[in-house]
Design a protein around this ligand. Structure first.
Ligand code: HEC
Length: 207
């Protein structure tokens, strides 16, 4: 939360201080004000930062980003061992989402995180189904056509390891282990069709 605040303050530095509310910003205020910031500020602000080795620094607050959907590939529908078990909670950084809502495209600097979560149970008072259990691991994809010139679409892929103690930085994955598969995605290496939040945002742009 702390880091997001400081980022928001950079983006919003041209707004009157009184509108910022200093440390008392709630996330709704931040999102509204980021969306209202001029597009130059939006494109200048990057959610991704890197250490000296080029590893992606893990965002401190990704569970407060825009939650776009949760595909689920349960082990028991995949011969007991899904490739990516089991729920995939997917988030996009708020600044890039604000830009996506305006343009319908992912700007350079977009960070999309996928946090894998086990199936914790299969029955509740609401019925039978799949209910989320524990966080298991965290992965990311970052678009930057200037930084990752050799990657298809400018998207680089990273892994932060296993929960609960994710690594502070994400190791870069080889193109063939991640991006090769994502080249078959619906839109710019992202499987947009499976995220209702992104579909709805895109539909608004088309109007
Ligand atoms: C077998 C094909 C395949 C491989 C290999 C693969 N992915 Fe994906 N990935 C998908 C599909 C399909 C989705 C969307 C549906 C889902 O999550 O099940 C997805 C979703 C994602 C998302 C959410 C955004 C989006 O595009 O939907 C991220 C982030 C992601 N993968 C990262 C990675 C990383 C990091 C690796 C390498 C360790 C990787 N993926 C390897 C197929 C793949």
């Amino acid at each position: 939360m702390k880091r997001f605040h400081s980022r928001a303050l950079v983006v919003l530095s041209s707004l009157p201080l009184v509108a910022l509310g200093f440390g008392s910003l709630d996330s709704a205020t931040v999102t509204t004000q980021v969306a209202a910031a001029d597009s130059q500020s939006v494109t200048e602000k990057a959610a991704a930062s890197y250490d000296a080795k080029g590893e992606l620094i893990r965002p401190a607050d990704h569970r407060e980003w825009i939650f776009v959907g949760a595909p689920v590939t349960p082990n028991d529908m995949n011969d007991g061992k899904a490739a990516f078990p089991e729920f995939h909670n997917v988030y996009i950084d708020p600044v890039s989402f604000a830009s996506y809502k305006q343009t319908g495209t992912f700007p350079d600097g977009t960070v999309i995180l996928k946090e894998l979560v086990s199936v914790g149970g299969k029955s509740m008072d609401s019925g039978n189904g799949y209910f989320q259990g524990e966080f298991t691991s965290l992965e990311a994809m970052v678009k930057d056509r200037k930084r990752f010139t050799e990657e298809p679409g400018g998207w680089a892929f990273f892994r932060f390891g296993e929960a609960p103690n994710y690594n502070p930085t994400g190791a870069r994955m080889k193109t063939e282990s991640c991006n090769a598969c994502h080249s078959g995605a619906n839109e710019d290496y992202v499987f947009t069709d499976t995220y209702p939040v992104l579909r709805a945002a895109k539909a608004q742009v088309a109007k």
